[in-house]
Design a protein around this ligand. Structure first.
Ligand SMILES: [Zn+2]
Ligand SMILES: [Zn+2]
Ligand SMILES: [Zn+2]
Length: 342
């Protein structure tokens, strides 16, 4: 097993059915990497120019309330609207297009412009989790909604244009590509394993092996998946089978908030900087009655070997398949270490 993991090999992602190339022997190769400018840390607590800060006015004239907890509003420049122009195109199955209805919401985690999620208390993160569950239930209940995607882009490296702590919630009419792949694989696994859940079974396997577990709280576990692509990619999942955030009890939401706080604080400790990432929850599709779906969150941080050296998905990864050098096991060990030192 150890020999196998020291040489190049490929690993299968059972959630998507796709493969990842792992090349541990390459970690020794000389490489300059790209030097990124380190993000400035002198962000003010209140920014009069920020469209998310309390009391400020936004692009279309709305004025934000002087909120002191979470604050949710419709994006003033939404990628999706409830009433797009009608039309259908299908020319020989090659030129295919259809209107896509949807909603785009913005959720501010807190009124303070300079904070990030790991700066918040468990209670404050818990309020965010509660708002996610509420938005998921509300948006998911609309007949035009097939899926509710919650995601956070953190840091300028990930293209976040505003440092104000926030995330986005998009409700779509069709099932987006990534959850669509995961739905197929989870249903396939259940039908081939007498109804067994892919992620429940996977989590039990990881708990038995322990080598990729990063941390656990009472109800949640964080691990570097066996098939991770990004250097410090993690998967956050409830220990019991739950399909969506609204399915979680109050105690489970607190447990999730604790896990997210511990994880994001460990991330910040990896390179001593506010760790950039894209993260998001994959929940059961809105109009799906099935029970195969196991709620989880993916964290995809781009940093590779320092505060300024990031991983790029280019070349073979763009054209062939994703590839990584440091193994998921060594990334998990490093994160676990930082959680313990906390
Ligand atoms: Zn702000
Ligand atoms: Zn499950
Ligand atoms: Zn997923």
């Amino acid at each position: 097993m150890t020999d196998f993991f020291s040489g190049s090999h490929r690993r299968r992602n059972p959630l998507t059915g796709e493969w990842i190339l792992v090349s541990p022997h390459r970690t020794q190769r000389p490489w300059q990497g790209q030097i990124e400018a380190v993000a400035p840390s002198d962000i003010p607590e209140y920014d009069p120019q920020c469209y998310m800060c309390p009391g400020n006015s936004r692009a279309r004239g709305d004025v934000n309330p002087r909120y002191d907890g979470v604050f949710v509003f419709d994006n003033d420049y939404p990628a999706l609207t409830p009433n797009p122009a009608p039309g259908q195109l299908d020319e020989g199955g090659l030129l295919v297009a259809a209107p896509e209805r949807g909603r785009c919401r913005v959720l501010c985690f807190c009124p303070k412009h300079h904070l990030t999620l790991p700066d918040l208390s468990v209670e404050e993160i818990c309020a965010v989790v509660g708002a996610w569950a509420q938005e998921t239930a509300k948006l998911g209940a609309a007949p035009a909604t097939s899926y509710v995607q919650i995601f956070e882009n953190r840091g300028a490296l990930m293209g976040a244009s505003n440092p104000h702590p926030h995330c986005q919630i998009w409700a779509t009419e069709s099932l987006p590509n990534e959850p669509a792949k995961e739905l197929v694989q989870q249903q396939k696994y259940a039908s081939e394993h007498s109804g067994g859940c892919l992620l429940c079974t996977y989590l039990a396997l990881e708990f038995a092996r322990k080598e990729r577990i990063v941390l656990e709280t009472r109800d949640f576990a964080v691990l570097v998946p066996f098939w991770a692509v990004w250097p410090f990619e993690t998967l956050v999942l409830p220990k019991r089978h739950a399909g969506s955030l609204p399915d979680l009890s109050a105690a489970e939401r607190t447990s999730l908030a604790e896990a997210m706080q511990k994880l994001t604080r460990a991330y910040n400790a990896v390179f001593g900087v506010s760790f950039p990432y894209s993260m998001g929850f994959h929940q059961q599709p809105a109009q799906q009655a099935g029970t195969e779906w196991h709620l989880h969150a993916h964290y995809y941080p781009p940093l590779l070997r320092s505060a300024t050296v990031r991983k790029f998905m280019v070349g073979f990864e763009l054209l062939g398949m994703p590839q990584r050098d440091i193994t998921p096991e060594s990334a998990a060990e490093r994160l676990r270490d930082l959680v313990t030192r906390g």
